[in-house]
Design a protein around this ligand. Structure first.
Ligand code: GAR
Length: 197
């Protein structure tokens, strides 16, 4: 019997990418096919709607409010302990809006991935859609990448592009990109897990 491939997903908000991954795991039978399961969803924000969404999908959830910690290092240490209690093969950042400490990134080196709403290396950081519109880009999109010490700079695993339309606002562009995120992220997670022996 191969070792179970536990996935731990970190969220801060609506959790729609988390839900897309959980639904892919459940509907495509990842557990039976290659031993993969979402072991837990963790939010750093008490009000994150994604927490209730995960519960409705039957996934264990944890809240670890970063306000309860005096330093970034103390929060990340507690977060690592909580994540490790689920023995993760892969830690998935899905709209987890925190800068991670070098110790956290080093601890999960090679098994920590993120989705970013731009065609990296363009538009690292925040407000990606408005910045793409302001720069006159004809294409926007999303990127799944490995997380390394430098924000939004790790090796790229997958990308999807969408056209930027003349009438686009940041919101309409974000919605079009999000549809692609929901398709791309489960596919990239699956590919990553299947590539691990
Ligand atoms: C997604 O668009 C994701 O790409 C973005 O936050 C949104 C989360 O939505 N992530 C980042 O900006 C990370 N820098 P979700 O909570 O519905 O998945």
């Amino acid at each position: 019997m191969p070792r179970p491939k536990n996935i731990v997903i970190l969220i801060s908000g609506s959790g729609s990418n988390m839900a897309a991954i959980v639904q892919a795991v459940q509907q495509q039978g990842w557990q039976q096919q290659f031993g993969a399961a979402v072991a837990a969803v963790i939010s750093n924000r008490p009000g994150a709607p994604g927490l209730r969404l995960a519960q409705a999908l039957g996934v264990a959830t944890h809240l670890l409010d970063h306000h309860a910690f005096e330093t970034r290092e103390a929060f990340d240490a507690a977060l690592m302990q909580l994540i490790d209690s689920h023995q993760p093969a892969l830690v998935v950042l899905a709209g987890f809006m925190r800068i991670l400490t070098p110790a956290f990134v080093a601890h999960y080196a090679g098994r920590l991935i993120n989705i970013h709403p731009s065609l990296l290396p363009a538009f690292t950081g925040l407000n990606t859609h408005q910045r793409a519109i302001d720069a006159g880009c004809t294409q926007a999109g999303c990127t799944v990448h490995q997380v390394t010490a430098e924000l939004d700079h790790g090796p790229i695993l997958a990308q999807a592009a969408v056209p930027v339309l003349p009438e686009d606002t940041a919101d309409t562009l974000a919605a079009r990109v999000l549809v692609e995120e929901h398709r791309l992220y489960p596919q990239a997670v699956r590919g990553w897990l299947q590539s691990q022996v």
